[in-house]
Design a protein around this ligand. Structure first.
Ligand code: FAD
Ligand code: NAD
Length: 475
């Protein structure tokens, strides 16, 4: 195997593997180094997203939603199913199969694009015209040289001091995606994206779920109106017991149960759980990466420092994805990967961090892009808003998914769309129209004058745009 490359990518998550493919497409001789191993000990490309993140969590969300529909929703349609039962092993097997199809697909894409794929831990050992990377493999080590390096090493779950994750009883995302039975009582620490998605999965499958959140506010990054309504729905209809403003004091693993002591509303409380999921955020992964050896700097929170084009302070070393500033989202990582590969090839790669869509795959889903109403208020910016409830949508009624609303915020003078916030069915799909609109600098009036199919959920976007000018047609 030749040991000198134009580009070495460290990490094969959605940032790294996409960067490698784009670099190879642009004619650069590319190597991608990745150390991830799946539970069976085999190398598996795709990083957190494909192995223990986006893909397996969405598989389980879909399965658990189907179970809930069969139990509680089909009856409304006059469909009676007797003796609904759950086979967790089959559900997990389906999820694992989906993961394997995608991770295996990346190996094929690497072959097709003539990318050299090396399994092992990459560490930068030397700088100069050519950077040296030592790769520690299961069967020895190898040093490769590359003119350009893309760091795409992703993130790891944040730990709580004194809480030992074993991924059997006390789990991070990896264990939470593979519980082999439905726990009677599931505790979740952290009411963020993972806590809500995984809490929803196991709640639908029958667990009693309690979510302990440190902050007094629920989903602080979302628009206030969305977080308020989502909290109401998640507690009242979904059945998650969400306790805000909790200070975890200690977690003890007894023989039968896990006991969690926490302060809540001025009292010291104790709860017992069968399983615990810890989802308190993720930290950038720069473990044993050799950043010092080449002079790459990290900030006070451990993120690799980069400029707006993902350049580190060291010429020809770039960093992308979860290991740098910005939202920890797969699509953000991938777009940065494309942009950096194009920059290396002499083009002008760029990612607009202001129009990255966010999606939380709860039921109803939450999605947004752009500014929240509270941000616009804090900035003192004059805006107008239109809000349309899904209960008035014919398609939402037919689906039987009428909770939530779509809200559009537009500049009071120019009418340019500044943000769109959705709580409702297929919010993950609906948000794409808002992202396109904002990237093209569209106004609310533009959306109001575009024909939207009837009956479709997208009419909610149309109506909210009309609502910005106070001329709803269905309200
Ligand atoms: P990663 O995917 O973390 O990949 C980094 C890779 O680099 C890993 O394979 C790692 O083993 C490898 N690596 C690290 N250091 C080295 C080294 N020194 N040498 C060799 N290899 C190394 N995002 C979404 O957009 N949508 C979702 O629905 C979504 N759901 C999620 C659900 C869960 C449960 C979790 C945990 C995350 C989810 N995310 C989601 C976030 C998403 O997974 C991440 O934003 C994304 O994976 C980041 O991509 P990345 O390429 O930067 O890093
Ligand atoms: P998060 O940042 O979304 O939420 C963590 C939550 O834990 C926060 O609400 C925080 O206040 C709380 N918290 C922190 N310390 C705590 C403590 N000691 N006790 C109780 N609560 C505490 O992080 P996450 O849910 O771990 O997810 C990590 C990242 O993965 C997300 O930020 C997101 O970028 C990504 N992700 C995305 C998706 C998606 O796009 N649908 C899904 C899952 C994960």
């Amino acid at each position: 195997m030749a040991n000198n490359f134009d580009v070495a990518v460290i990490g094969a998550g959605p940032g790294g593997y996409v960067a490698a493919i784009r670099a190879a497409q642009l004619g650069l001789n590319t190597v991608c180094i990745d150390e991830f191993k799946s539970a069976d000990g085999k190398p598996s490309l795709g990083g957190t997203c494909l192995n223990v993140g986006c893909i397996p969590s969405k598989a389980l969300l879909e399965s658990s939603e189907n179970y809930e529909r069969a139990l509680h929703k089909f009856g409304d349609h006059g469909i009676e199913i007797k003796d609904v039962s759950l086979d967790v092993a089959t559900m997990l097997g389906r999820k694992d199969k989906i993961v394997q199809q995608f991770t295996g697909g990346i190996s094929l894409l690497f072959k097709k694009n003539k990318i050299t794929s090396i399994h092992g831990h990459g560490r930068l050992t030397g700088a100069g015209d050519v950077f040296q990377i030592e790769v520690t493999k299961d069967n020895g080590s190898q040093t490769i040289g590359a003119k350009h390096v893309i760091i795409a090493t992703g993130s790891l779950p944040r730990q709580i001091e004194g809480v030992a994750v074993d991924n059997v009883r006390i789990c991070d995302n990896t264990g939470a995606l593979s519980l082999n039975e439905v726990p009677g009582k599931l505790g979740v620490i952290g009411a963020g994206v993972i806590g809500l998605e995984m809490g929803s999965v196991w709640r639908r499958l029958g667990s009693e779920v309690t979510v302990l959140e440190a902050l007094p506010d629920f989903l602080a990054a979302a628009d206030d109106a969305i977080s308020r309504e989502a909290l109401r729905i998640f507690t009242k209809s979904v059945g998650l017991d969400i306790k805000l403003g909790c200070k975890i004091q200690n977690v003890k693993a007894g023989k039968k149960s896990l006991s969690v002591e926490f302060e809540h509303e001025g009292e010291l409380r104790k709860m017992e759980f069968d399983r615990l999921v810890v989802a308190v955020g993720r930290v950038p992964n720069t473990e044993n990466l050799g950043l010092d050896a080449v002079g790459v700097k990290v900030d006070e929170r451990g993120f690799v420092e980069v400029d707006e084009r993902n350049r580190t302070g060291v010429p020809n070393i770039y960093a992308i994805g979860d290991v740098v500033r910005g939202p920890m989202l797969a699509h953000k990582s991938s777009e940065e990967g494309v942009a950096v590969a194009e920059t290396i090839a002499g083009q002008h790669g760029h990612v607009n961090l202001d129009t990255i869509p966010w999606v939380i795959y709860t039921s109803p889903e939450i999605a947004w892009v752009g500014k929240t109403e509270q941000q616009l208020k804090a900035e003192g910016r004059a805006y107008r808003s239109g809000q349309f409830p899904f209960i008035v949508s014919g398609r939402a009624r037919a689906l039987g998914e009428t909770a939530g609303f779509l809200k559009m915020l537009a500049d009071a003078d120019s009418d340019r769309i500044l943000g769109v916030h959705i709580l409702g069915p297929f919010a993950s799909e609906l948000i794409a129209e808002a992202v396109v609109a904002m990237e093209f600098g569209a106004t609310a009036e533009d959306i109001a004058r575009i024909v939207h199919a009837h009956p479709s959920l997208s009419e909610a976007m149309h109506e909210a745009a009309l609502g910005v000018d106070d001329r709803f047609l269905s309200l």
